[in-house]
Design a protein around this ligand. Structure first.
Ligand code: MN
Length: 742
């Protein structure tokens, strides 16, 4: 196909984009700024002049769009706009960092350098390299937060234009967005961007679920608007009477968060009660903000009864990311719970644009000095600078801490400390000082004695009790939640282990000598197998700590025994292999890449069947595993091992109902007599579907079961699920990933 490139039209689009950018930053422009932006634009335009995006557009439209997001949606100033315009030049064109420095100065060069370095972070070939790079990325964050803010704008534009990428890239980029970028946006308080990133990622990772919720929201829109109108009418009158200037909005929550609720609580769409939130935004002088917010709160609760457990006051103590707002959940008309968010215009802007908007109200030139973020950054730095900390552990803990909500507690002297939700006495102790954490034996909360694992609540006053004899214990890892506490406990364990390992090695060496067996790896390996231990140092450790009793250790016997077992095992495995081939399920059902003959098997975690969206994952030693794209494991697989993902689709032959596939469904509900036989009857008698296994557990009047069965495709499975659903109002049925959608 031949398409004429309309140069005139393209130039027009570039000029329009540039004008829009200038419009967006008009308010913040100072003398000389316009010239700087022009120069950056010209340099970028020239550098990218022969390049096009995957969509076919001139490349320059991408940096222009990123700059637009920085100005309009994050509220960043001229330096960031210049950097956004240049963000891909050093990586992708002939422009060097020196050229950038010469033209735009050191600060811009530092930011561009940061952006270039984290450019390909997650394309790394191996997970620990990725984690190392993630650490590096966070270090650039402590150099200049704008690096990450611009990176987020870059990612947002790439997500908005993801349609033109290949299906494989879409999955990889979308899962990486959900895994790393959305949590980062959350932590930086960029709620609007975080929400959009999550929704866009969901659109590509779970297209079907995404569209389902989207349509449902559309269908229920007029009904919802009517309800919202009815809810706010009496409030409006009263707020006016009080002389308050305000705006009330009722907005649906994001598709991603609605889907998450459906999955977590295992409920269909119609049962998600907080599909929307009411937001009251008041125009208030800064000195009256607090009292005005509470004024609104009292009016709202005059009309609707609040749920006292659901009051969140982030006006008196803002969240660490700068978020300020007053949240309450009240009983609205028709007995529905409704969440109401109360905040001022200033607070609303911070909530939407995040941390960067915060600066606007403070000294412009000053380096960011917001309490919350600075505090968090210094914690990040502290953990990063600990040479002992393992990058992978760090990444996991860190991600946990990115998303967690906060509580506020007080020291005995009345100082305020912010800790993540579910933090314990021990987290508090480590937060104050690692020395204090290591020696902690318990504490007093509001003057009452409590154990180490006691979970703190908002407003607690906490005192730590210590003993010089105390040392950090491994089982502490089960209840601490902060990255800092975890890192410190692990460090101590590691050092401790090294010391004891050395001791254990000496003990074992002596034992070998006594038994006249050579102390070498050939003779050590059988011991590892026998005790099922991963490493030799673990073996030494267990001997030193007397988990393995050296007096009862008969080395010669173990060596003999292990040899015999090994032979037996390899015979069994040969047998198993034969068995597998004769099982003949779903051969040639899937085409991987463009290759019909690649060996594959279906992943147990999500057991895909024809009709499901699928992808292939290249495993070590087990060929290609086929997963569903909305498998709960898929996101971490795709973002951590993107290079091992390959495209997979169902072969036509698998759609003609000639082969059966094994999959799983879950059932749950209220326990009643004969429920299992009802379900079994539908499956095997009415629909004549082969059932492989059924397991049901019952607890406090509720039952939960899992059924393994053989079906041809999603249509047949759906028919089955609908039948079961229709049989009793007391039963819920769903596949692993998603509660029944209807
Ligand atoms: Mn870019």
């Amino acid at each position: 196909m031949h398409t004429e490139i309309d140069t005139e039209k393209e130039n027009q689009a570039i000029v329009t984009a540039y004008r829009n950018l200038l419009k967006a930053c008009k308010g913040t422009l100072e003398k000389g700024d316009k010239k700087l932006i022009r120069e950056a634009f010209n340099l970028s335009l020239d550098a990218h002049k022969h390049m096009r995006r995957k969509s076919g557009e001139p490349y320059i439209l991408h940096p222009l769009a990123v700059a637009q997001i920085c100005a309009e949606e994050i509220g960043l100033g001229t330096t960031s706009i210049v950097c956004a315009l240049l963000h891909d030049t050093v990586e992708d064109t002939h422009i060097t960092l020196d050229v950038v420095r010469l033209n735009f100065g050191d600060r811009v060069a530092v930011i561009i350098d940061g952006l270039t370095k984290i450019g390909g972070v997650f394309d790394q070939q191996d997970k620990s390299m990725q984690a190392e790079n993630f650490k590096k990325m966070l270090l650039t964050l402590s150099d200049d937060v704008r690096v990450i803010l611009i990176k987020l704008a870059d990612r947002l534009h790439n997500m908005r234009t993801l349609d033109s990428m290949s299906a494989k890239s879409q999955l990889k980029i979308a899962s990486e967005t959900l895994y790393v970028y959305a949590p980062l946006a959350h932590r930086l308080g960029l709620y609007a961007i975080k929400t959009e990133l999550e929704d866009l990622a969901t659109k590509y990772l779970e297209a079907e679920n995404y569209n389902f919720v989207k349509e449902k929201l559309q269908e229920t829109k007029s009904q919802r608007n009517k309800y919202i109108k009815q809810f706010i009418e009496p409030l409006q009158e009263n707020l006016l009477e009080q002389g308050l200037k305000f705006e009330i909005k009722g907005r649906p929550k994001s598709i991603h968060s609605i889907l998450n609720k459906m999955k977590k609580q295992n409920i269909p769409f119609d049962e998600v009660y907080d599909l929307f939130a009411i937001r009251v935004i008041i125009d208030s002088e800064i000195e009256n903000e607090k009292s005005d917010c509470w004024k609104v709160y009292s009016i709202v609760t005059d009309f609707y009864k609040p749920n006292p457990d659901r009051l969140r006051d982030w006006v008196s103590t803002p969240k660490g990311n700068g978020y300020e707002s007053l949240h309450t959940t009240v009983m609205g008309p028709k007995g529905k719970w409704v969440e109401v968010q109360i905040r001022t215009k200033r607070m609303d802007e911070i909530a939407e644009k995040g941390y960067a908007a915060h600066w606007k109200y403070k000294d412009k030139e000053a380096q960011p000095s917001d309490g919350g973020l600075e505090e968090w950054l210094s914690k990040v730095r502290e953990i990063l600078e600990n040479p002992e900390s393992n990058a992978l552990d760090f990444l996991d803990d860190f991600k946990l801490n990115l998303f967690s909500d906060e509580i506020f507690v007080f020291t005995p002297k009345g100082d305020l400390r912010k800790l993540p939700f579910n933090a314990t006495i021990l987290d508090f102790a480590f937060d104050i000082h690692s020395e204090l954490g290591g020696k902690c034996i318990g504490g007093k909360v509001n003057n009452k004695l409590v154990p180490l694992n006691h979970q703190l609540s908002n407003g607690d006053q906490v005192e730590i009790l210590t003993s010089t004899k105390q040392t950090p214990k491994e089982d502490w890892l089960h209840f601490v939640v902060t990255a800092k506490a975890k890192a410190k406990i692990r460090d101590y364990q590691k050092q401790e282990k090294m010391r004891s390992s050395q001791m254990g090695k000496e003990i074992l060496e002596r034992k070998f000598k006594q038994d006249k067996i050579t102390f070498n790896s050939e003779n050590l390996l059988p011991l590892l197998h026998y005790f099922k231990l991963p490493t030799v140092s673990e073996l030494y450790f267990q001997i030193a700590t007397e988990k393995i009793d050296k007096t009862k250790l008969n080395i010669a016997e173990i060596i003999e025994y292990t040899k015999a077992r090994k032979q037996e095992e390899s015979q069994q495995q040969a047998h198993k292999k034969e068995h597998k081939v004769s099982g003949n399920f779903a051969k040639d059902a899937v085409i991987i890449g463009d290759d019909i003959d690649l060996p594959y098997s279906f992943a147990k975690c999500c057991s895909p069947i024809p009709g499901d969206d699928i992808f292939g994952f290249v495993t070590v030693g087990e060929g290609v595993k086929i997963h569903r794209t909305n498998c709960t494991n898929a996101i971490s697989l795709m973002s951590n091992y993107g290079y091992r993902i390959i495209k997979a689709k169902w072969a036509n032959s698998s759609l003609d109902k000639s082969q059966a596939f094994i999959t799983n469904i879950k059932v749950s509900g209220i326990d009643s007599v004969g429920i299992v036989s009802t379900i079994a009857d539908i499956i095997s008698k009415q629909l004549q579907i082969n059932m492989h296994a059924i397991s049901v557990s019952s607890k406090e009047g509720m039952f939960e079961g899992s059924i393994e069965l053989e079906v041809y495709d999603t249509n047949q499975l759906e028919e089955l699920m609908n039948k079961i659903k229709a049989s009793s109002a007391l039963i819920k049925v769903y596949r692993e990933d998603m509660p029944s959608a209807t």
